[in-house]
Write a protein that binds this ligand. Structure first.
Ligand SMILES: [Zn+2]
Length: 288
């Protein structure tokens, strides 16, 4: 009997090892990623691309949000424009100055809670909400997620609450003034969200003092680098400085950093405010 027990023990040991290896492999990518709309903004192109050709050119750009399924939890990257701005509510919420400089268009059914609902999720099912930064078109709906863990650079929270006067305009304190008791994960630099290399937060300051981008690895698509406002458009990636930035030097370093990560990973850069690229992506189905 003894030798048989020994064989059984080996088999059991082998099975356990295989099981552990399979779990690790499946956790090294996220499962699915949706790129969703939070409507559009219309603005002079010089805010995004600081060159002569952009002067006086009025463009309409997408405002994107991302929902990511991972085996260990549901993740949102950026929450778009506040629900209050929907359906012509801008003047009463952002104020007339901002609404005429950057007229938004957003239907209530494009707000993140409704977008999640269309995918079969409630806001309470979201485990992590990650913010590229706290500008009005990226962190507008933080207060719809009281149960989530909110992932943001510590420098961004501090500057959003008390910005320098010259760049205070695009921070709407009302978007986050009820979040002091929220569950924040305050970062100072890069961070591997699930400790498996599948969703990596990249510090890309410049546009704001605590801007962060997101690298997502998917099983079929490969690596996507969601730049946030670190890179608005392909022109910025090609070397034309962004118009709106707190530190141009840091912005240019962050652009180079993201391009290096794209090249090293063989992945794609997904810009924040480029209509051509946005329209070339699918939005009714996830990337897998
Ligand atoms: Zn911004």
């Amino acid at each position: 009997m003894k030798p048989m027990k020994f064989v059984a023990g080996l088999l059991l040991g082998g099975t356990l090892m295989l099981g552990a290896a399979a779990t690790d492999a499946s956790a090294q990518t996220a499962k699915k990623l949706w790129q969703l709309t939070s409507g559009t903004l219309t603005l002079e192109k010089t805010f995004l691309v600081a060159n002569h050709a952009s002067r006086g050119k009025i463009i309409t750009v997408p405002v994107a949000m991302y929902v990511i399924e991972h085996p260990r939890g549901l993740v949102v990257y950026d929450t778009g424009m506040a629900d209050d701005v929907s359906d012509g509510g801008c003047d009463a919420y952002w104020g007339k100055g901002l609404c005429s400089a950057f007229p938004p268009k957003q239907r209530r059914d494009e707000v993140i809670d409704q977008q999640l609902k269309k995918l079969g999720y409630s806001t309470d099912q979201v485990k992590y909400v990650i913010y590229s930064h706290f500008h009005l078109d990226h962190a507008g709906n933080i207060e719809l997620f009281p149960k989530a863990r909110h992932v943001v650079q510590k420098a961004e929270i501090r500057h959003a609450w008390w910005p320098e006067k010259w760049y205070a305009g695009a921070f709407i304190l009302k978007d986050y003034d009820d979040t002091r008791k929220f569950n924040f994960l305050e970062l100072s630099g890069d961070y591997d969200l699930f400790d498996d290399g599948s969703i990596t937060i990249l510090s890309t300051r410049g546009h704001t003092p605590g801007h962060q981008s997101l690298k997502v690895r998917l099983p079929k698509t490969g690596t996507l680098v969601l730049t946030g406002d670190a890179i608005y458009t392909p022109e910025n990636a090609a070397g034309v400085p962004p118009g709106l930035t707190v530190s141009l030097e840091d912005s240019m370093k962050s652009i180079e950093r993201l391009k290096d990560i794209r090249d090293a990973s063989g992945g794609d850069l997904w810009y924040s405010h480029n209509m051509d690229q946005y329209n070339s992506h699918k939005h009714d189905k996830p990337y897998e």
